[in-house]
Design a protein around this ligand. Structure first.
Ligand code: ATP
Ligand code: MG
Length: 339
């Protein structure tokens, strides 16, 4: 029997390079060896977008296109729409009893998201509780492995705590999941912020065309102290170099550029030996090389919306079957299978 993977994304916008290195690449690599469920987490997206539910439909479609474009195979992976799986909501309610408010308050990812979104006194309980609901997402599909970005580490920890507690209390047999982090756990934003994120708007999307990518790269944050390009530059913490590490195919060339950038200096014509614009041009070319085939596949699938919705429908059906069988076991363990 193959083991199970659960991962997912909030359909709040198109997927970006952060998703690609943090999670999508791993999913594509693992889809042959695991039974994979990929959750389009529309219920979670509502926790901070509840006023605009109409935006979910198009975003679900766009995210599904992104999945197909990067090479996730719908025969091997079930694309599941979260709101259509009531068992997740059911499990969330039971899990809420096993978590304290202060446990969620301590969660560093939730803490920084609450700050970033500026909820203040209006923080919705639904948003506050999303880590519990995410634990239910993972558990409801009986997932052994969860390939996610490093920002999700506290969520997986919480999920493991809940599962252990559930199994101890009720003699349950919920699967204890493990996280799997990618080599580039967290991609910074084009603005130099710690995380590229749809909500912050500092992204390069997988569906951005060549011109857009070039423009975004040219306006990227670099070493702020390098005014002329002749000063010795900082490579560490410079997102342009983080992206080169993540996406440039020629590692030796990246090392060479790093050395030149660190050294600074000018050539015989008085021009920088390696200016920021030159580095950015090379980065834009590297990104377009990676994104080219993804864009082409995306454009093909975009012509067949019915196919995409069929993929979502059959994936959701497979998800429903799995979640109900896990939930049956959970209800039995809790002795609430009355009839
Ligand atoms: P939102 O701003 O709506 O929260 P997001 O850009 O943070 O969107 P999510 O849908 O929350 O994206 O994240 C889905 C998955 O992608 C998670 O596994 C997350 O760890 C991963 N991920 C998101 N952003 C990054 C990033 N910048 N680097 C690495 N992984 C990322
Ligand atoms: Mg997020």
């Amino acid at each position: 029997m193959k083991k199970t993977i659960l991962t997912g994304d909030r359909p709040t916008g198109r997927l970006h390079l952060g998703h690609y290195v943090g999670s999508l690449k791993n999913r594509v690599a693992l889809q042959n060896d695991y039974e994979t469920f990929i959750l389009l987490a529309d219920v979670q997206a509502l926790t901070d977008n509840f006023e605009t539910p109409e935006m979910l439909r198009d975003n679900i479609f766009q995210v599904a296109l992104d999945y197909l474009a990067v090479g996730l195979d719908p025969e091997k992976c079930a694309f599941v729409i979260q709101s259509q799986i009531p068992q997740i909501a059911e499990l969330t309610i039971f899990f809420m009893n096993l978590v304290s408010v202060s446990q969620v308050e301590r969660n560093p990812t939730v803490k920084s998201e609450i700050m970033q979104k500026g909820f203040g006194e209006t923080l919705p309980l639904g948003f506050f509780c999303y880590p519990v609901s995410q634990a239910a997402d993972i558990t409801a599909f009986g997932a052994h492995l969860v390939p996610v970005g490093a920002d999700q580490a506290p969520m997986i920890e919480l999920c493991r705590d809940i599962v252990l507690r559930f199994n101890r209390l009720y003699g349950g047999t919920l699967v204890l999941p493990e996280a799997m982090y990618a080599e580039f756990g967290r991609l910074p934003g084009t603005d130099g912020q710690a995380k590229m994120s749809k909500s912050i708007g500092n992204t390069i999307s997988l569906s951005d065309d060549e011109k857009t990518v070039n423009g975004k790269v040219m306006s990227m944050f670099t070493d702020p102290n390098r005014l002329t390009g002749k000063e010795p530059g900082n490579v560490e913490g410079n997102p342009v170099f983080t992206y080169l590490d993540a996406f440039h195919g020629d590692k030796a060339r990246v090392e060479e550029m790093k050395a030149l950038y660190r050294a600074g200096g000018e050539n015989e014509k008085g021009k920088p030996i390696l200016g920021d614009v030159a580095v950015k041009r090379e980065l834009a070319a590297a990104l377009n090389e990676v994104l080219g085939p993804i864009r082409e596949r995306r454009a093909e699938f975009e012509k067949s919306p019915d196919f995409v919705w069929d993929v979502l429908k059959s994936g959701t059906r497979r998800g429903l079957e799995r979640a109900e069988s896990v939930m049956e076991g959970a209800r039995q363990a809790m002795k609430i299978g009355y009839f």
